[in-house]
Design a protein. Structure first.
Lengths: 681, 319
């Protein structure tokens, strides 16, 4: 089948061409024309993002599925491409982030070319383009070969982006860990495709869909895919690479990684389990739900202990992937037990949260980048008072904080509410264990939400409110307009998706039609104003009302209270009568999270360091005291480090065969060859 | 169309009644408490006088206060108002009840708290940070317990809409459900914590170090403080009505005739007055807990609601 003119797939090709051009411009405009690079490269990236949104939106809204076929590479292995509503949805997500970073990027990357630690810019542009290209292609891949090629391209380009500022040892370490886990993940995904291909008799997804798998093999294929894609998504306990890799990449790349790349893992899970295997079982849902709950709770608890802003955000990605997985798990449980409508609700909740997380996490990483751009501060405890110096950035970052803390009327709340509503339908199930487990998982989700709010009060409050803690932060200025535009776009979308959930859910109907042959007519039956996922009697939520009411209170307050009142006077803050408050008396991020650290002790390995300096007078007197806390991840200490040690020990054991003598090596090769020949014959 | 209009007017009237009556409840509470503790009691109208005084004051802001500090009182009041619009005070079936269900109600309070905590950090003093940090810790533990109790209820009534749930319970009559008793206890404990009452917090304290909620709003004055205080009075009333509605729905109006509305008003007044007396006894008998005992208190509430849910699953679903 070949594509006809004017299909969304052609628009996707245009997007791919733009991405390639963006990379080419970066490569060609070496050194001589840095401005050309800044604008040309990002201009093409912008076009690519816009075309992705167009193509994805077309496929999604018009409910189109278009396939295409190329003869590339090996003669008997054609490349199969296909765009359908599911890939369209993820293309929109990807395109939106690409558009946002292409607005943000030109000013932001300028910083890298400056100063003593100037970096060459072409690699950044080229690998950004390859990174985006990998994601665009894997979304439209319709056979395992193309999928894996571009999955690897995404992972490898990601590696070079993480290691971009390679002069810091921490970055190299983070990048290596990322590369290692990306490949372990890719291997497991390959195994999953292997099982599917063996039963289907070929590498194309069409053959895999048609394959009839026994429950055991289906479970094996699902398990491999879930582990592999979950590694990319950063689910617990395969998450250790994520909090290291995301913070050290340039901020717009962090936004892409957290917003888009880890969502490719979600795409993979949905594609393989709902589409390729097709026959979803409730036991898988149990596993996904448990891992999702663990990821969300541990993600947010670890995030609370961070004082590096970008690292904190990275841990929140783990939390949000957990929430998405909870939605998917619920969906699988319900579909596997024969409640298709409720399963659809869970799937919609998960996908809704996927795009929501892409928007607000992209926004937050870009905001963190803006702070970094002006203050060069990573650590929350060096910031403070930025709301006075960077008011628009502060406002946009606040929007992201409110959205990610799942507060109405923003988008994060809608998807969490839908997840809650799905969980509350647990009495429909006949299994007593499931009926008990699901509400407990929902309570854990409530705990996660409340802790996330605490964490973002900390992040925003310590970074943007109060008084500046260092002089450099006190002199910060607002960032250029392009960066604000990138953040503003995402903030606006956060609000729109929060206020018009019914429109969004209607638009998502083709995806659920494609995957489970069901949609949610009840959710939008009461008009655009009312979101009623099951029926108006069971639950309803009207986000437009909430927004209007809050605006109304503002307006009335202004009208009645402000009018005729005497002008406001400014005075010193309350200092208990002692006088002289300094910025060092403010709460720090470590202090803020101390009560929670104490309540949930045992979740982290906490190391406290107290350094005191006393002067040697006749009466010893402490002159300086330095207190710091480090929290370590148990997964790293108890799981990864022992494995690492075992690998090293094993390598030492077999090290004796490395004699350094070429004859020995030739002998080994010869023996190996003989053994293989013997096996083959 | 006419009945629609009447319903909306009634809903607005109920909302106004809610915000107008909230200071009265606080005044009544204060009066009973004073009587019980052998102190001279202020008039029940005293909270209104306080609000009027604060509204008329000239605004003084701390040097470092940003726009967020000034916007917070309005956001807090707006969110609390929305929550009040959802809770059936006198009648069920009002159209505003569909704006939000119980989960959204919890989220409205979370929104108000989020901004209050940020305002606490805005000035850059240690008290604000201390209040914000502690309040968020308490909230993080109270919210799951609250939602767990709500889930137990909503599983019985198969709805998270407060109005529909109230009506369901009204028609179900007096059936003794063990799960409800557990959930009621948990809900009461959470309500105490969330509306900053003894033993979790002390609304009357003037020692900065013992304050939670008050420490966050220490820097507020004038109309801002009036709005925040009013909002916290409304919040207390919402929790009271919430408990009263769900567990003793008797008397609430199910149609919009004048007689049933009048009965509804009388019934809810009597029930709230009684509940306030219970709260006062509770506050007089107990002392404020140390901060790090609070997690145990709320953990107990969570366990109670979990028990309630388990009893629901084990005992009550076979029916």
């Amino acid at each position: 089948m070949s594509a006809t003119i004017g299909t969304p797939l052609l628009l996707t090709y245009a997007a791919l061409a733009c991405t390639l051009l963006s990379g080419a411009v970066s490569l060609l405009a070496v050194r001589r024309h840095p401005d050309f690079l800044h604008f040309g490269s990002f201009l093409f990236l912008f076009c690519s993002g816009a075309a992705s949104i167009g193509a994805g939106g077309w496929a999604l809204l018009a409910n189109l599925t278009v396939t295409d076929r190329f003869q590339l590479g090996l003669p008997w292995l054609d490349w199969h491409l296909r765009i359908d509503p599911l890939s369209g949805f993820f293309l929109i997500l990807l395109g939106t982030l690409v558009v946002a970073i292409s607005l943000y990027g030109p000013s932001y990357t300028r910083e890298f070319g400056r100063g003593a630690a100037a970096q060459p810019l072409p690699p950044l542009g080229v690998f950004t383009a390859l990174f985006v290209l990998g994601m665009q292609m894997l979304l439209i891949a319709d056979d395992a070969l193309v999928f894996m090629i571009f999955w690897e391209m995404m992972s490898l380009a990601g590696y070079f982006l993480v290691v971009y500022q390679h002069q810091h040892a921490a970055n190299r370490h983070a990048a290596f860990l990322y590369l290692l886990l990306a490949h372990v993940g890719a291997l497991v995904i390959l195994l999953s495709f292997g099982v599917l291909a063996a039963f289907g008799g070929g590498l194309t997804f069409d053959l895999m869909r048609a394959a009839k798998l026994s429950p055991l093999w289906a479970t094996i294929a699902f398990g491999c895919a879930f582990a592999g894609f979950g590694t990319k998504s950063g689910m617990v306990p395969l998450h250790v690479w994520l909090p290291d890799a995301h913070p050290v990449a340039p901020s717009h790349i962090s936004a892409m990684m957290s917003g888009a790349m880890i969502k490719m893992g979600i795409y993979g899970i949905v594609r393989v389990s709902y589409d390729l295997i097709g026959d979803v079982r409730w036991e898988w849902g149990m596993v996904v739900l448990i891992i999702g709950t663990a990821s969300s709770l541990l993600g947010v608890l670890y995030a609370l202990m961070q004082h590096d802003l970008k690292r904190l955000l990275a841990y929140h990605s783990i939390e949000n992937i957990g929430i998405i997985l909870m939605g998917l798990g619920l969906s699988m449980i319900f579909i596997g037990s024969g409640h298709k409508m409720l399963g659809t609700l869970g799937l919609v909740a998960a996908l809704y949260h996927t795009i929501n997380h892409a928007l607000f996490k992209g926004l937050l990483f870009l905001g963190a980048g803006a702070v970094l751009y002006r203050t060069h501060a990573h650590d929350l405890d060096q910031m403070g008072g930025l709301i006075h110096r960077m008011p628009i950035t502060a406002f946009l970052f606040l929007v992201g904080c409110v959205a990610i803390s799942a507060l109405p009327p923003f988008n994060g709340f809608v998807s969490e509410w839908l997840t809650f509503q799905t969980a509350l339908q647990a009495p429909a199930l006949s299994d007593g264990l499931l009926r008990t487990m699901i509400p407990i998982a929902a309570a854990m989700l409530a705990l996660t939400g409340a802790l996330a709010a605490a964490c973002f009060v900390k992040a925003f409050g310590i970074a943007f409110l109060g008084k500046p803690r260092t002089r450099r932060v006190g002199r910060a200025r607002e960032v250029p307009v392009g960066m604000l535009a990138g953040m503003g776009l995402l903030a606006l979308l956060c609000l729109l998706l929060g206020v018009f959930p019914t429109t969004m859910i209607e638009a998502m109907a083709p995806i659920t039609q494609l995957l489970v042959r069901e949609s949610l007519p009840a959710a939008t039956a009461q008009g655009w104003l009312w979101l009623t996922p099951i029926s108006p009697q069971v639950a309803s939520y009207s986000a437009p009302f909430v927004l209007v009411a809050i605006i109304l209170v503002f307006g009335l307050g202004y009208l009645f209270l402000k009018r005729g009142a005497e002008p406001t006077r400014r005075a010193d803050a309350w200092d208990c009568g002692f006088g002289h408050l300094t910025q060092r008396m403010q709460y720090t991020s470590t202090a803020f999270s101390q009560p929670i650290r104490r309540v949930f002790r045992g979740v982290w390995k906490v190391e406290e360091h107290v350094e005191t300096l006393a002067d040697a007078g006749s009466i010893p007197r402490v002159t300086s005291l330095h207190y710091s806390v480090h929290t370590h991840d148990w997964a790293w200490l108890r799981c990864y480090q022992p494995i690492g040690r075992m690998v090293l020990a094993a390598a030492n054991r077999i090290g004796f065969i490395q004699t350094g003598n070429i004859h020995t090596y030739l002998k080994f090769s010869f023996v190996t060859l003989l053994v293989f020949l013997w096996i083959v014959s | 169309m006419d009945s629609q209009l009447i319903a909306w007017i009634l809903a607005a009237a109920q909302g106004l009644l809610f915000i107008a009556a909230a200071p009265l409840l606080a005044g009544w509470l204060q009066r009973v408490k004073c009587h019980l503790q052998n102190r001279a009691a202020p008039s029940v109208w005293q909270p209104y006088r306080n609000l009027r005084k604060l509204m008329g004051k000239r605004m003084v802001l701390a040097e470092n206060a940003s726009w967020l500090f000034r916007a917070t009182p309005y956001i807090v009041f707006g969110a609390t108002l929305l929550a009040a619009a959802v809770v059936p005070l006198v009648a069920v079936h009002l159209p505003t009840a569909a704006i939000a269900d119980m989960i959204v109600l919890v989220a409205f309070f979370a929104l108000a708290r989020f901004f209050t905590a940020l305002a606490g950090l805005d000035i850059g003093t240690a008290f604000g940070g201390m209040g914000a940090s502690r309040e968020m810790m308490v909230a993080a533990l109270a919210e799951p317990a609250m939602l767990m109790a709500v889930f137990t209820l909503s599983m019985t009534a198969n709805t998270t809409n407060l109005s529909v749930a109230t009506e369901y319970l009204l028609h179900a009559g007096l059936v003794l459900r063990p799960s409800f008793l557990f959930a009621l206890l948990a809900l009461a404990m959470v309500a105490v914590a969330e509306s900053s009452r003894v033993p979790v917090d002390n609304p009357a304290t003037h020692l900065e170090l013992t304050m939670l909620h008050e420490a966050m709003i220490l820097e507020y004055g004038g109309r801002h403080l009036a709005l925040i205080e009013w909002a916290s009075q409304i919040k207390l009333m919402i929790y009271s009505v919430f408990i009263v509605d769900l567990y003793f729905p008797l008397g609430i109006a199910t149609d919009f005739s004048a007689a049933s509305l009048a009965i509804g008003v009388v019934a809810v007044t009597a029930k709230l007055m009684l509940l306030a007396v219970l709260l006062v006894v509770w506050e007089t008998v107990l002392a404020k807990m140390r901060l790090f005992r609070v997690p145990q208190f709320l953990g107990f509430a969570f366990m109670l609601s979990l028990l309630g849910m388990l009893t629901h699953v084990v005992l009550e679903t076979g029916i």
